[in-house]
Design a protein around this ligand. Structure first.
Ligand code: GDP
Length: 438
């Protein structure tokens, strides 16, 4: 999601970057392009208008700070506004003094509600909570079965029975109290579109469970329709927030960028894939960073912290910053990286990557020959690839079942990466963030 918006902003800021002063015409031109970029990303018209007005007000009234160039000033204002329309601060779940904390999930069929119920259960388990899932979606015959499978995967029990959704929900609450569970997640039935019967059912389920949080699950791929759905549900259920799914897809981002402003409720969680771990709290500031091509270092670090050997990562990070990073480190990092899931999901989080790399198809299988090549080198060669001459290159190619061109390609790219990373760690903002990671 957001790729084309990121590209558009990249172009706008590149054009501003070279300018020492911004004339009124420059500002007008930039605002016009920002407006177009947002409209093309399928952002709600009113949201676009307000966004551009606020950016204009700040730029016109801005006392150009000495520490920022005019181009940077525009980036900063746009960043702050993006963050604001994405919801400002990330919402924190607080737990009810008298458990269980009840969470009701509503949404249209196919939005990803049942999948999200499982992910949410797994997320609470990771926080050390003891959830109970309730399958109150009795419309879709397979929904309860699907929930049981997801529950088993998350290590969370599932309550359901063949009666009616309201009774199931109410008995589920009793069951959670009886079992001493501290979180109750209620999955309700969806429909293909909003109808009175659906709303009535979910309203009655809400009445008997009296949820602390009511979240609507919306599908990012449905764009502005997701926002209209949220408006309709909000009228009936008084939503606390929205969970946006499928942001790993190629949605243009309009739903995510519009829902808070239109409905007045923030995005609380975002789902980024089919796996249970592809799910986390939604952080507006990090998303704004990502949209503006500044990467999402914090999410990357959090993801890494969960799976990566910290001590090794710290050593690698300091070697990276010193420029003494070797192919051995590279191999080690590649192996750690594999544990973090598909590469394509990680690339967008890396700050400052040129657009060509960011948008390139990242093929996880591409790592295999690279690993084979590095394995075919001697330890000395991995530490100091400069000593690898022509004949060694062909030996390495033969040993790894690759070609000399592939070996040359890897060595060239490694050299480029070394100098890129050295350059990156010298940038004030990034260097600071990188050292925060260590
Ligand atoms: P429900 O009808 O709202 O309960 O929807 P489901 O939970 O059955 O999900 C519908 C489809 O969307 C399933 O095939 C899920 O695997 C898929 N899905 C859900 N969330 C995501 C996501 O974040 N990314 C991707 N790619 N697929 C998702």
């Amino acid at each position: 999601m957001f790729e084309s918006l990121t590209d558009r902003f990249d172009g706008i800021f590149t054009r501003l970057r070279g300018k020492g002063r911004l004339s009124e015409a420059d500002v007008d031109e930039a605002l016009r392009e920002i407006r177009l970029a947002l409209l093309q990303a399928d952002v709600n018209l009113r949201v676009v208008r307000d966004f551009v007005t606020r950016v204009r007000d700040q730029l016109v009234g801005a006392d150009l700070s000495a520490s920022l160039t005019p181009g940077q000033q525009v980036v900063k204002v746009v960043h702050d506004e993006l963050r604001a329309i994405l919801g400002g601060e990330a919402l924190r779940i607080t737990f009810a003094p008298r458990p269980p904390t009840v969470i009701l999930l509503a949404g249209l069929q196919g939005a990803g509600k049942t999948t999200t119920a499982g992910k949410l259960a797994a997320w609470f388990r990771k926080q050390g909570r003891q959830p109970l899932l309730v399958g109150a979606d009795l419309q879709r015959p397979a929904a309860v079965e699907q929930l049981r499978i997801l529950g088993a995967e998350a290590g969370v029990p599932v309550f359901s029975e063949a009666s009616d959704p309201v009774t199931v929900a109410s008995r589920g609450l009793d069951e959670a109290r009886r079992l001493g569970k501290d979180v109750l997640i209620v999955d309700t039935a969806g429909r293909l579109s909003i109808d009175a019967e659906l709303m009535d059912e979910v309203r009655r389920v809400s009445e008997v469970t009296d949820p602390h949080y009511t979240f609507l699950v919306i599908d990012a791929m449905t764009g502005q329709d997701a926002v209209s759905t949220a408006e309709a549900f909000h009228k009936t259920l008084a939503l606390d927030g929205v969970i946006i799914t499928k942001i790993d897809g190629d949605a243009r981002g309009g739903a995510a960028l519009s829902v808070k402003e239109v409905v007045g409720r923030p995005i609380v969680f975002a789902s980024t894939g089919e796996k249970q771990s592809d799910f986390d709290l939604f952080h507006p500031d990090r998303m704004a960073d990502r949209i503006l091509g500044m990467g999402d270092v914090l999410s990357l670090i959090e993801k890494a912290e969960a799976v990566v050997d910290q001590a090794e990562a710290e050593r690698a990070m300091s070697r990276l910053q010193e420029g003494s990073f070797t192919l051995e480190d590279f191999l080690e990092q590649m192996q750690q990286l594999k544990k973090m899931g598909p590469l394509s999901g990680l690339v967008g989080m890396i700050p400052g990557l040129p657009k060509e790399i960011r948008n390139a198809e990242v093929d996880d299988d591409a790592m295999k020959p690279i690993e084979a090549i590095i394995h075919s080198m001697t330890p000395e060669e991995r530490r100091n690839p400069g000593i690898i001459n022509g004949s060694r290159r062909s030996r390495i190619a033969r040993g790894s079942g690759t070609t000399t061109a592939e070996v040359n390609g890897l060595l060239d790219r490694f050299k480029q990466m070394q100098s890129y990373m050295k350059g990156l760690s010298n940038l004030p903002g990034i260097g600071r963030r990188m050292s925060k990671a260590t």
